[in-house]
Design a protein around this ligand. Structure first.
Ligand code: NAD
Ligand code: IPM
Ligand code: MN
Length: 367
């Protein structure tokens, strides 16, 4: 049988820098655990635009549809600010999500003990935090029609449309209930049913799906209150399910609870493929970080943890995923820090590859 296949799309800015560390980890699994992958690499975002004039070539899209998992670094750069909207780097990422139909985006926010002091919140509020935001990823205001900038009388109007069908809400709700069942059986759904019809429908459908998961304790919260509650008392939550835009914002907010945006991984999952694996793309929550690009400062942990999620959700290697997560925890406990995690006196930051070295050493030590 052939090895499972991975398409790596490093992208722009710090994307290639953090992805280099992930490829070292993938090689480690091949050499030390006999867990081999067929890895190919291609362009996305500004890098693809520079080569092909589009942020995602059709051939790359076709490759993404034919692998077991895609790993993506990050896209975007101020360099492309003046490009036409249709070819901006971010469109490449959105096309991948839409055409792969990756409707369920899992964004875990976990506070490692060693980093509890780095949160912008008091240590006792975040110590032990382990929540999972399930963000709907293929619909809502990101994709709804009509959209565009139009002339209206003697001025222009910018339009985006929040749109959700019942089936779109139902499938992401189901994935959140399934997750809640294997976690602490607690789910909070966030929308704004007080002002948006799409929110009313969201609440209705989630409530209906709840009938199939009676063991799960379901609550509903307006998303603005949810944002406040996330910083007031984040440990009240376990699984949160929400729409595309609220999920984008709430997950960045949750990131800071854990100490740094450079720590947060994500898995974007779709329906099962013919081989039974879910169609899947794994990417850090952070972006291309133009302010630190090329300085060897980027924290590769979010991207490496995204690969750990691939081991768990695409390759059925939960124990190896835990090995990798435990190695990262050990490295943090030893005090190894990239520059985004500084704060303690007398700590010299390691570079991006220095963090990779430390994680590889911890993996070796785990054997
Ligand atoms: P960003 O996430 O790139 O950066 C926000 C801040 O966090 C910056 O100060 C950055 O230095 C820091 N940061 C982010 N990741 C880090 C890491 N791994 N290690 C250390 N520090 C890190 O968000 P932004 O500045 O709003 O956006 C920059 C570009 O990235 C934009 O073009 C945006 O569209 C794009 N973006 C892409 C993705 C993605 O590819 N999934 C996600 C978010 C933003
Ligand atoms: C994210 C990013 C993307 C989003 C952008 C880059 C398209 O912010 O993955 O969180 O808005 O979804
Ligand atoms: Mn975002």
């Amino acid at each position: 049988m052939s090895n499972p296949s991975i398409l790596i799309l490093p992208g722009d800015g710090i994307g290639p820098e953090v992805m280099t560390q992930v490829t070292r980890i993938i090689d480690w699994y091949g050499n030390k655990r006999d867990l081999k992958f067929d890895v190919s690499t291609d362009l996305v975002g500004g890098a693809a635009y520079d080569a092909h004039g589009v942020p995602l070539h059709d051939d790359t899209m076709a490759k993404a549809m034919n692998v077991d998992a895609v790993l993506l670094g990050a896209v975007g750069s101020p360099k492309y600010d003046d490009l036409d909207f249709s070819v901006k780097p971010e469109r490449g990422l959105l096309r991948l999500r839409k055409e792969m139909d990756l409707f369920s985006n899992l964004r875990p926010a976990q506070c490692f003990d060693a980093l509890a002091d780095f949160s912008s919140l008091k240590k006792e509020l975040v110590a032990g935090l382990d929540i999972m935001i399930v963000r709907e990823l293929t619909s809502g205001v990101y994709f709804g029609e009509p959209r565009g900038i139009f002339n209206e009388g003697n001025e222009r109007v910018g339009i985006n449309t929040q749109r959700y069908t019942e089936s779109e809400i139902e499938r992401v709700a189901r994935s959140a209930f399934e997750l809640a069942m294997v976690r602490s059986k607690k789910l909070c759904s966030m929308e704004k049913a007080n002002v948006m019809e799409s929110g009313i429908l969201w609440r209705e459908v989630v409530t209906r799906v709840h009938a199939d998961y009676p063991e799960v304790e379901l609550s509903h919260m307006y998303a603005d209150n949810g944002a406040m509650q996330l910083v007031r008392a984040p440990k009240q939550f376990d699984v949160i399910v929400t729409d595309n835009l609220f999920g984008d914002i709430l997950s960045d907010c949750a990131a800071m609870l854990t100490g740094s945006l450079g720590m947060l991984p994500s898995a974007s999952l779709g329906a099962p493929m013919d081989n039974g694996r879910p169609r899947a793309m794994y990417e850090p929550v952070h972006g291309s970080a133009p302010d630190i690009t090329g300085q060897a400062k980027a924290n590769p942990i979010a991207c490496i943890l995204s690969f750990a999620m691939a081991l768990r959700y695409s390759f059925n290697e939960g124990a190896e995923a835990t090995r990798l997560e435990t190695a990262i925890e050990a490295v943090l406990a030893e005090g190894v820090r990239t520059a985004d995690l500084l704060g303690e006196e007398g700590v010299t930051p390691v570079t991006t590859s220095g963090m990779g070295d430390a994680i590889l050493a911890a993996l070796d030590a785990s054997l």
